[in-house]
Write a protein that binds this ligand. Structure first.
Ligand SMILES: Nc1ncnc2c1ncn2[C@@H]1O[C@H](COP(=O)(O)OP(=O)(O)O)[C@@H](O)[C@H]1O
Ligand SMILES: [Mg+2]
Length: 78
């Protein structure tokens, strides 16, 4: 059986200011106990991806307009 993911990002789309499409079809998953690196050129959308996961996007007038984020991480680190 594969390691369960504590985070899945499934085909999200993010738009800033209702018009600026910056993420389209972004998917990733983070298995429990693993480290995942997000790499890309300047302006590729790394920070936007992390802001959508961490709920900081709304503060920048960004919206996840398609698909879903799912986190099963708990506060416990044991
Ligand atoms: N608050 C914002 N409003 C409008 N556009 C933004 C905003 N933040 C980032 N962008 C644009 O979204 C794109 C992705 O930026 P960003 O997620 O910061 O990329 P990275 O972190 O990979 O350098 C860039 O074109 C950037 O100009
Ligand atoms: Mg960045």
């Amino acid at each position: 059986m594969s390691t369960p993911s504590i985070l899945t990002v499934n085909n999200i789309e993010v738009i800033y200011d209702h018009v600026i499409l910056v993420l389209k079809g972004v998917s990733m998953s983070v298995p429990r106990g693993k480290i995942v690196a997000l790499m890309g050129a300047n302006g590729a959308g790394k920070s936007t991806t992390l802001k959508s996961i961490s709920t900081l996007l709304r503060g920048e007038r960004g919206d996840v307009t398609k698909a879903a984020l799912n986190s099963t991480a708990s506060a416990s680190t044991s």
